[in-house]
Design a protein around this ligand. Structure first.
Ligand SMILES: Nc1nc2c(ncn2[C@@H]2O[C@H](COP(=O)(O)OP(=O)(O)OP(=O)(O)O)[C@@H](O)[C@H]2O)c(=O)[nH]1
Ligand SMILES: [Mg+2]
Length: 364
């Protein structure tokens, strides 16, 4: 499963610069609005130190990381929900992603034009969020309009759905996001099927000047205060610095980051934050072909996890020999782990945990 995160924000805030650094996909990053017209997709490996250790412990010839996809979406402007600045196309791109990475400009630079004339993160995120909300209102309204005549004619399903959508419409009209709409488990699918933009998980990325990286600045403080009210995570990144880091050799990278006063590159932090916001976890497999990391949603059961590797593994699932990474790491070898009784046999109801190392047994 490779989930997609869309980089969303006003024009010229640094989305393509971040995307380039993430994916080396060679997208233009020019100092003028709308230089990204088509959505660009990049597949990014998820850095995980545990994978190399699993490879070492299992004696696998190679390590294959799991991946996450990023989509560079063109800048959104006020009026986008009414088609302003190629608006509808951008909104369609956003509809297709699993999570929104909302990039917010928190750096000053006279030479980089700001569409709203000044740096003001809270105003900027409101501009974007308002467009997303307006689009959602339009979507719900359309559905209400089609349901009304059906409900009148006595269609039971329409009659049941209508009041729910009317409540949802009220909720959105109050400026509240669809993801904060409280709905029973029975009715959840009715909301899901609308594919609302404000129903997606969101992460704010504060794009700051390199010097502001370790602690942020006044703009970041404003953004953080706002994000806290919304229960949204903020990740600090210096897009320009990341672009430089991405070009360095791994060894030079460590020194460069150290120099900036940070341990992990912003991209690593971003990838991990994206993983968290999507509620994803990693499990491992290792054999004579290689050590692999796999992505699943938290709460996934063993057969479903096995299906990530191959559908046959899911269909013919019998059991999974399982050891947690920390136990495997401590034991120092598979043999030692086996002798110590650390390898468990788990059945089809087992909920896979982050860091599980698994070997599936299945019928073909
Ligand atoms: N000073 C400074 N400039 C930056 C930073 N990040 C991006 N820029 C510059 O801002 C301009 C726009 O960056 P892009 O990455 O193309 O912006 P974008 O958000 O993709 O813009 P659109 O595609 O037009 O929506 C470029 O000239 C970048 O070099 C930063 O952290 N600091
Ligand atoms: Mg761009």
């Amino acid at each position: 499963m490779s989930l997609q995160c869309g980089l969303v924000g006003l024009p010229n805030v640094g989305k393509s610069t971040i995307f380039n650094a993430l994916s080396d996909a060679g997208v233009d990053a020019e100092n003028y609005p709308f230089c990204t017209v088509d959505a660009n997709v990049g597949v990014v490996p998820v850095p995980d130190e545990r994978l190399e250790r699993v490879q070492e412990l299992a004696g696998s010839p190679k390590a294959v990381p799991t991946t996450i996809e990023f989509v560079d979406i063109a800048g959104l402007v006020e009026g986008a929900s009414e088609g302003e600045g190629l608006g509808n196309q951008f909104l369609a791109n956003i509809r297709e992603v699993d999570a929104i990475i909302h990039v917010v400009r928190c750096f000053e630079d006279e030479s980089v034009a700001h569409v709203n004339g000044s740096v003001d993160p809270v105003r900027d995120i409101e501009t974007i969020n308002t467009e997303l909300l307006l689009k959602d209102l339009e979507t719900v309204e359309k559905r209400i309009e089609t349901l009304k005549p059906a409900a009148k004619k006595g269609d039971e399903e329409a009659a049941e759905t209508l009041p729910l959508y009317e409540q949802l419409y009220e909720h959105l009209s109050d400026g509240q996001w669809a993801r904060d709409f409280e709905v029973s488990n029975d009715h959840r699918p009715l909301v899901d099927e609308l594919f609302l933009l404000t129903d997606k998980p969101v992460l704010y990325v504060a794009n700051v000047a390199e010097d502001d990286l370790p602690t942020g600045n006044a703009y970041v403080d404003d953004l953080r205060a706002r994000a806290e009210e919304e229960n949204t995570e903020v990740v600090l990144i210096s897009a320009e610095a990341e672009a430089q880091v991405a070009e360095l050799e791994p060894q030079e990278r460590v020194l460069f980051l150290d120099d900036m006063g940070v341990e992990q590159s912003g991209l690593e932090r971003l990838i991990h934050a994206a993983y968290d916001v999507l509620d994803l976890i990693t499990f491992f497999t290792a054999d004579e072909k290689g050590a692999y990391a796999w992505t699943i949603e938290r709460g996934t059961q063993a057969p479903e996890a096995a299906g990530e590797i191959h559908t046959d593994f899911k269909q013919g699932f019998i059991k999974a020999e399982t050891i947690h990474f920390s136990d495997f790491n401590e034991a120092g070898s598979e043999k030692a782990a086996r002798n110590a009784g650390l390898i468990r046999t788990e059945g089809k109801d087992y909920v896979v945990e982050d860091g599980d190392v698994m070997e599936f047994r299945f019928n073909v």
